[in-house]
Write a protein that binds this ligand. Structure first.
Ligand SMILES: [Fe+2]
Ligand SMILES: [Fe+2]
Length: 341
């Protein structure tokens, strides 16, 4: 089995990509490496393809990640966005490309020393591809299997929240492409204010003292301190970010807003952030299975969420079983079912 070396790759020279992202018989935009006996070995050069049999054999050998040179990351991202919107590619690989491309962009956004150029580039990509990709994905349920297959990274929560928010915005506002890419941007940046919290607190959120918890509750407002630094981010996105822990019944934080006091984009973000938090523990691994998380949101604290938003979200997650039944053949169905619970 290939060794997992972490999202930064080896010495920052390579980055990892989930195997399920690669579609058969598509010319690769860059060289692809595999780890054999703890050594990186080149598997394909740019322009080569993977046959369907070769991909199946890698899956059979439990290879989960392949590695690409960092200097070819931009080319690979563009390749993924094209794959995600190419109707000649099968649905399973298109949806996998949407999730992987969003994760790569999220990693870049949150690991960049210079936030502003990364945000500018993200806005350009989301404006161009966000609404298109949201139309390619039928439901949030369809996203959950490739997300689970892709493994956990510290950026997964922001990437998932952005993906869910774009699909939900597309369902609620089908003709409003600005609302769709802005939902994606709000998802990617929603926890930006956590950068202002002490590192120890972020590492062990379960052990917070009362004082630390009071500080944590201010992170949606800390995000607003980046407003001047990032003038390209629209005011509606900042507003939604500042509202992402408020609840419909007024029981949230930091301001205890409720009902119509919360913006439409904020209401989308609250549901998506909450769902992803319930389905992942702090290390990014799966916690509650998706259908249990939805049941909890609908039955334990139903007043926390705007029913006009939670209803369509829930219907979109509950398509999960249908998508598992139709999952593409290169992945083991039993394996996917295990991954998403
Ligand atoms: Fe948060
Ligand atoms: Fe969050």
């Amino acid at each position: 089995m290939a060794k997992h070396v972490g999202s930064e790759g080896l010495d920052g020279r390579f980055f990892e990509v989930s195997l399920h992202t690669f579609a058969p018989n598509r010319p690769l935009p860059c060289d692809v490496y595999i780890i054999v006996a703890e050594k990186l070995t080149r598997l394909r050069v740019a322009g080569d393809t993977f046959s369907s049999e070769r991909l199946k054999s890698l899956h059979r050998h439990e290879v989960r990640q392949l590695y690409l040179p960092v200097e070819q990351k931009q080319a690979f991202k563009e390749f993924l966005w094209d794959l995600a919107t190419n109707v000649t590619v099968d649905r399973g690989h298109r949806v996998a490309a949407v999730t992987e491309a969003t994760l790569l962009q999220t990693e870049e956004l949150h690991s960049s020393r210079e936030l502003r150029p990364a945000v500018e580039q993200t806005i350009k990509m989301l404006e161009k591809f966000g609404p298109l990709c949201a139309s390619q994905v039928e439901s949030i349920g369809e996203l959950l299997a490739p997300i689970a297959q892709g493994g956990a990274t510290q950026y997964r929560h922001a990437a998932n929240t952005a993906l869910f928010a774009m699909i939900l915005a597309k369902k609620l506002y089908p003709d409003d492409s600005a609302k769709i890419w802005q939902a994606g941007m709000a998802g990617l940046l929603h926890d930006l204010g956590e950068r202002k919290l002490p590192e120890a607190m972020k590492r062990e959120p379960q052990n917070m003292t009362r004082e630390e918890w009071e500080n944590f509750k201010r992170h949606p407002q800390y995000s607003l301190e980046y407003r001047n630094e990032l003038p390209e981010v629209p005011a509606d996105v900042w507003k939604a970010i500042s509202e992402h822990h408020e609840f419909h019944d007024g029981s949230g934080f930091p301001r205890g807003l409720g009902g119509d006091e919360i913006s439409p984009l904020g209401r989308i973000l609250i549901v998506c952030d909450h769902f992803d938090t319930l389905t992942r523990d702090p290390s990014g691994k799966a916690a509650l299975p998706p259908l249990e998380a939805i049941m909890m949101m609908e039955t334990v604290h139903p007043d926390r969420f705007d029913p006009k938003v939670l209803g369509p979200f829930s219907a979109s997650v509950c398509c999960l079983r249908r998508h598992l039944a139709a999952s593409h053949e290169s992945q083991s169905k039993a394996e996917l079912e295990k991954a998403v619970g």
